[in-house]
Design a protein around this ligand. Sequence first.
Ligand SMILES: C[S@@+](CC[C@H](N)C(=O)[O-])C[C@H]1O[C@@H](n2cnc3c(N)ncnc32)[C@H](O)[C@@H]1O
Length: 231
Amino acid sequence: MAAVEAPPAGRGGWKNPGVARDRDVHAFDVRAPAYESGGLGRLHHEIADRTIALALRSAPNPGRVLDVGCGTGYLLRELARRLPEATRLEGVDAAPRMVETARSLAPADARLHFSRGFVEDLPHPAGSFELVISTTSFDHWADQAAGLAECARVLAPGGHLVLTDLFSLLLWPTLLAGHRGRARTVRLATRRLRAAGFQSIRWHRSHAILLRTVIASAPSATTDAGAEAWS
Ligand SMILES: C[S@@+](CC[C@H](N)C(=O)[O-])C[C@H]1O[C@@H](n2cnc3c(N)ncnc32)[C@H](O)[C@@H]1O
């Protein structure tokens, strides 16, 4: 298997969140080789398929795409098939074995790139992508505010963020215990997206009852006071 490079040196603002993050990443390393198998693997494919459908409604032909927390790369493999004109399809994941698996499953397509990295400290220059997409990763980010700020930074003007994860009022009790500080409701996540500068925030029902997809536009010089909207 290909070696996976170390994550980039810190940009500065983001502090290493330490042990909890390491434990999370290790758990995904262990799951990586069989991640796409069985019922859970199928579920993740279905979530990615639904997210792609929603993303391509808002951004029908993105040239450069970044998948943050890309796991084994299924979503980008699908986008490579569906977007012949895209020039760069890039995946970043914190778990080295997820990255190794993504590379091993990828077809020979020079547009596909997978590397190890943390959303809180992306190695890309500002304005690098028209679409930043992420499925079932946001809930694991050690610092969601820093992660969203990085997504905003790497988006080109007019670009879109598309994020699918668990967002439901039913999860509110979990915020009192192990998931303290996580934006697991539409309201908290909307607040966090706005704080990162995102605009035109639109929520969509996704695959299952607790899953939602949010689509937001990259920050621009003008402000958007619009309330959250549903479709
Ligand atoms: C549930 S998996 C989802 C993988 C893939 N997106 C999918 O939908 O199948 C969550 C992924 O997020 C990654 N992840 C967690 N925290 C991260 C962070 N701070 N930066 C980048 N990736 C992260 C994990 O390593 C894991 O591969």
